[in-house]
Design a protein around this ligand. Structure first.
Ligand SMILES: Cc1cc2nc3c(=O)[nH]c(=O)nc-3n(C[C@H](O)[C@H](O)[C@H](O)COP(=O)(O)O)c2cc1C
Length: 161
């Protein structure tokens, strides 16, 4: 096994939740699947995510100045795949999806179990990704469905909810 593939597999031993990160600019929705989301600070409430350097999301979030973190439920695996599909344009990813717009004008996807509405405060290019830091301005939790979990390159369910 190559060092690169072993490295990826080692990273995959870290279980995460799955999010769809959204923004809206010029009446157009943007969104992609991410598991690099993490909380950075509670006071002030800061979060970050990492974004591949060539993503169209970067231009959109720079212009909108805001992003939304939709935390996916175990029932949203299909949605996760749709928003991770590089062959789909941003608008195609939102086709057939029910959403509302947040106070910062970002799509809140129906069925997500948690939502964080963030003002973008900083972005830094690091290696082949950008680190985007946001200040959480609004947040909400929805329903009692368990989370979608990503581990070892595949989706998992928690045994108990
Ligand atoms: C579970 C999972 C987690 C992912 N996490 C990230 C991530 O944190 N950052 C990232 O840039 N891409 C991540 N991706 C890949 C993007 O979703 C994918 O490359 C997508 O096509 C990016 O959107 P774009 O084509 O509009 O740039 C992840 C994919 C999956 C399936």
């Amino acid at each position: 096994m190559s060092a690169k593939s072993e490295y990826r597999k080692t990273l995959g031993t870290f279980a995460t939740g799955v999010t769809i990160i959204t923004t809206r600019h010029d009446h157009q929705n943007f969104g992609f699947t991410a598991n690099s989301f993490t909380s950075v600070s509670l006071d002030p409430p800061l979060v970050l995510f990492c974004l591949q350097k060539d993503s169209t999301f970067l231009v959109a979030v720079k212009k909108s100045g805001a992003f939304g973190i939709n935390i996916l439920s175990r029932k949203q695996e299909e949605l996760s795949n749709k928003f991770a599909n590089p062959a789909l344009m941003n608008e195609q990813r939102f086709e057939g999806i029910t959403y509302t717009l947040s106070e910062l004008n970002c799509p809140i996807i129906k069925g997500s179990i948690g939502y964080l509405d963030c003002e973008k405060v900083k972005h830094t290019k690091t290696g082949d990704h950008h680190i985007i830091l946001g200040h959480v301005r609004h947040f909400s939790r929805h329903g009692k469905t368990g989370p979608l979990v990503y581990y070892g390159g595949g989706y998992r369910n928690l045994i108990r909810e």
